[in-house]
Design a protein around this ligand. Sequence first.
Ligand SMILES: *[C@@H]1O[C@H](CO)[C@@H](O)[C@H](O)[C@H]1NC(C)=O
Length: 341
Amino acid sequence: MASMSQIQYLIALFLIIASWSSQVLSRKLQDTFLSERHELWMAKHDKVYKDAVEKEKRFKVFKENVEYIESFNAASNKPYKLSINQFADQTNDEFKAYRNSLKSLHGLMTIIGTSFKYENVTDIPVAIDWRKRGAVTPIKDQGQCGSCWAFSTVAATEGIHQLTSGKLVSLAEQELVDCDRKSEDHGCEGGYMEDGFEFIIKNGGITTEANYPYTASDGTCNTNKEKSHIVTIKGYEKVPPNSEDALLKSVANQPVSVSVDAGGNFQFYSSGIFEGECGTELDHGVTAIGYGIGDDGTKYWLVKNSWGTSWGEQGYIRMKRDINAKEGMCGIAMDASYPTA
Ligand SMILES: *[C@@H]1O[C@H](CO)[C@@H](O)[C@H](O)[C@H]1NC(C)=O
């Protein structure tokens, strides 16, 4: 007859094996579940991979991103949320490499500077949302083209045009991508908003989105369409850098092109007031179209992005405002400019 201790030993052994096999099973189930999620996600975002190797590689990245996003969201101490959006099969480095393509000449530009017409502005509302004043066109999508700079140039130009003419006209990023061939502006390979404004000034205007539709690829400049000068600007000014106060005076008066470091969690931002992690290596051009104060008293910038409506808050991001660093959240106060009409 087995002694009591032998029985106890057998029971313990049985429990260990049971728990180990259930862990293996649950991990297997989790992987199956995740690979089904990957399939569903692929269908939802029209993803097609060239072969099984690529698919396996993308699945691994997807899995890591899903695990990261879910653990981030589970931590309740965060003021913003992430989501498994259309970029979920890309590593952060891949994402930054093809999408963020701001080619700024700052340094040089900062030294030159411009006049700043909002210098002495004192009438600054507590909150501004230029969408409510009809000065912001619907969210656009740059696609797999490093044309953020063109979208930012256009959004700021659409804004000042509406504020001075009363008409909201959607303008042509593709014209900038194809026709602005200044040495540092290379269409989908990146560009810079101030050069975009300079192009519009020198060209004598810019045409409409409808006339010169966006293709998300480098094309040959259509010179006939380039001659269509539907909207003009007189010039542009730089917001004095590293001053959220100067940026506030500007955004209180019109939508403003801003540069940010769109690294880290920016890729998966979905809602709330974003507060990093991010650095100040400016690599993405977006547009500040307002500012306000959140329910918990946190001040924020309201920023229009060009990654479609499934990213962020229907295509927008709220970024923490008035932070200790003079550069602002993700460097938002470092390199801002606006067109003048
Ligand atoms: C702001 O006020 C100062 C002092 O009165 C003046 O010299 C400057 O020209 C003003 N700036 C603008 C843009 O009006």
